[in-house]
Design a protein around this ligand. Structure first.
Ligand code: ZN
Length: 135
């Protein structure tokens, strides 16, 4: 079952410059910020209803996100769809011939399981699937 949009991730060159729009002008308070050393990225999380805007600022130019930024510039990076059962969702996508980036779900430290769908199969948008840990 598809639940909701969990977050929309936007790749930015400069977090502070980006926050001058999202936080200061538009008025969405920042929930938290975090440095993700594994991905070499600074992240600002801006909760919006049951969803979130995530601003991603690559720290190093040779990280995956840094290269993406250099090649494609700032803008929409991915949209994350929250599902009940990521295994069942991936099975369903496979049956529809959808191309995945991750063949199996990966896990975050908090237990969230995720996988990315290739933009070739989604009209050009990188789509992330999320299964949150069961409470
Ligand atoms: Zn994401």
């Amino acid at each position: 079952m598809i639940k909701q949009i969990n977050h929309v991730a936007i790749l930015v060159e400069d977090l502070d410059a980006s926050l001058s729009f999202w936080r200061d002008a538009l008025g969405i308070p920042v929930g938290k910020t975090e440095v993700n050393p594994g991905e070499n990225v600074n992240i600002a999380f801006l909760p919006l209803g049951d969803s979130e805007i995530e601003l991603l600022e690559p720290i190093s130019a040779d990280s995956a996100l840094g290269k993406f930024l250099a090649k494609r510039g700032q803008g929409m990076h991915h949209i994350c769809v929250e599902v009940d059962d990521i295994d069942a969702t991936m099975q369903r996508l496979a049956e529809h011939g959808v191309q995945m980036i991750n063949d199996a779900p990966k896990s975050r430290e908090d237990g969230t399981r995720y996988a990315f769908v290739h933009p070739k199969s989604t009209s050009g948008v990188l789509v992330e699937l999320y299964e949150l840990p069961k409470a």
